[in-house]
Design a protein around this ligand. Structure first.
Ligand code: AMP
Length: 511
């Protein structure tokens, strides 16, 4: 078996690896490090959890150990699809470079340009960035990429999903032709193949086995759920989630709960919190300090439930997660693999429980086809019969989150990459349909305002137009406060957009 000492790493890097407690290189490390150290291009087909970050970080640090960066001219560049992933890569660099005198900068949205500019001005050896933010700096004339010797593209398949490929191509064009490229992707879609054929030169291709989705130590199950009434689906689904969590008892030490849509991430988190669960959301609209705080809390075991979107949670490394709950069946079957891979790590036992509503059955079939076996059906603790109306009424406190307050979506002014937002918002087609109007008026109840900030679910065609990446500001602006398709149709002719909410309510509802 290959040992780290066989790999020709810089002695100071090797020392840091030993201190990290790693005994031997993982297959992607054993395969990628030697050619990378020889200066060759590498095409790594591997997903998170395989040790791929160290497979590019360790040789890069060894190569950069000699030499110094000049002002505004980074010597190496790592591109990541999300801020979290970029931050995680930066942590890896800190760990492995602790005995070297190298400088790095992290260029991600949600952090002021000023601080980042200062670092770049001083000169950095390693620049870790999301593509949008990197190009923003470049366009401001603050960054020169002509001294980049090594460029890494991490999670290229997710970059594709998020519409970042045009940005990546542009960045490739801004770096010297002679640069070394280390390119990582979990899958090789035709578009990714095209990019690698265009920008990589005779790469060493290393492919490591797919993460075993049906790994013995992860117990999987799906609960088939049909609401008693369409307009109660959201409320009853959250109740079902609480029952599923409760049924796990103390075995559920912590869990990541995945939702397909950012809006639901917020709603589920708020609802759980209201019912006394220790829960917090993470998605692209939250500011960076909030996201970091939530993640740190979850990693440290201070937060029990992390409610997440696929994009925000992608690639996150939390070693010990007892449960994964899929509040929705993911609309991309591949995401199921990534989601449940958050639990059962390092040989520990894990459990992955999913809720499937009738319209998600097609997605469930896709997941089962991908993992090549049926996911066992778990009993529905709500029972097969539709819950009685009384039960739904008892749930009334959560009612407000069925009708989120419409906001002006000003959250968009945050500099989350637009494509990241688009990817996080991506609803499945059915889910984007407006809820039917309530058949009967609910009893007036005091409703805690559960949802403070949500976005209207974008229409499907709008989503498509968003796949172009950063230059799609206009196309995103279409569904704002004037949108009437979402069901909140209380406007009064003549009052324009400024109709106070209570105007459309009956006097009984205003109490
Ligand atoms: P990654 O695939 O880069 O997200 O890495 C997944 C996890 O594996 C991280 O927690 C790393 O610290 C850990 N790791 C990376 N390389 C090794 C190794 N050679 N031995 C043990 N753990 C490792």
């Amino acid at each position: 078996m290959t040992k780290f000492t066989d790999l020709n790493l810089n002695a100071k890097v090797l020392k840091a690896v030993v201190e990290a407690g790693y005994e031997s290189p993982t297959p992607i490390q054993a395969g990628a490090i030697p050619p990378a150290l020889e200066g060759r291009d590498v095409l790594g087909i591997a997903q998170t959890g395989t040790g791929k970050t160290a497979s590019f970080t360790l040789p890069m640090l060894s190569l950069l150990a000699r030499g110094r960066a000049r002002a505004r001219m980074p010597r190496s560049l790592v591109l990541c699809p999300t801020r979290e992933l970029a931050a995680q890569v930066a942590e890896n660099f800190d760990t492995y470079s602790k005995h070297l005198k190298l400088t790095k900068a992290l260029l991600i949205g949600g952090v002021s340009f000023k601080e980042q500019d200062k670092l770049i001005d001083k000169g950095v050896d390693v620049l870790i960035a999301t593509p949008g933010r990197l190009l923003d700096h470049f366009e401001r004339g603050k960054l020169i990429l002509s001294d980049v010797k090594v460029m890494v593209v991490d999670e290229a398949d997710r970059m594709l999903d998020m519409g970042f490929i045009p940005d990546i191509e542009r960045i490739f064009g801004l770096t010297p032709f002679t640069r070394q490229t280390l390119f990582f992707s979990a899958t090789m879609a035709p578009e990714i193949e095209r990019i690698t054929n265009t920008f990589l030169s005779n790469p060493e291709r290393i492919e490591v086995a797919r993460q075993a989705t049906t790994s013995e130590n992860i117990t999987q199950g799906v609960v088939m759920f049909k609401a008693s009434r369409k307009d109660r689906e959201a409320t009853e689904k959250r109740k079902l989630l609480r029952m599923l969590i409760d049924a796990e008892g103390d075995k559920c030490t912590n869990a990541i709960i995945f939702c397909n849509r950012k809006m639901d991430v917020d709603t589920v988190a708020k609802s759980l919190k209201k019912y006394g669960y220790d829960a917090a959301p993470i998605h692209g609209d939250l500011d960076q300090s909030q996201r970091t705080k939530t993640l740190d809390g979850f990693r440290a075991g201070e937060l029990r439930f992390l409610i997440a979107s696929d994009v925000a949670a992608r690639g996150l490394d939390v070693p010990s997660v007892s449960h994964v709950f899929n509040f929705d069946v993911p609309s991309h079957a591949e995401d199921y693999v990534h989601r449940i891979g958050r639990t059962g790590r390092a040989g520990r036992d894990g459990k992955a429980i999913m809720i499937c509503v009738p319209r998600d059955e097609k997605n469930l079939e896709d997941v089962e086809r991908l993992v090549q076996k049926p996911i066992p059906r778990f009993d529905n603790p709500l029972g097969d019969a539709a819950p009685a109306q009384e039960e739904a009424k008892a749930e009334a406190p959560a009612k407000s989150d069925d009708k989120p307050k419409r906001t002006r979506s000003r959250s968009r002014k945050s500099d989350t990459p637009r494509a990241e937002k688009a990817a996080e918002d991506k609803p499945n087609v059915e889910a984007a349909k407006p809820e039917p109007k309530q058949e009967a008026k609910p009893e007036p109840v005091e409703q805690p305002a559960e949802v403070e900030k949500t976005e209207a679910a974008p229409a499907q065609d709008e989503q498509k137009s968003n796949r172009g990446g950063r230059d799609d500001k206009k196309s995103r602006g279409g569904r704002g406060r004037n949108d009437k398709r979402g069901g909140n149709d209380n406007r009064v002719v003549g009052l324009g957009d400024h109709t106070p909410d209570f105007i459309g309510l009956s006097f009984r509802e205003r109490i």
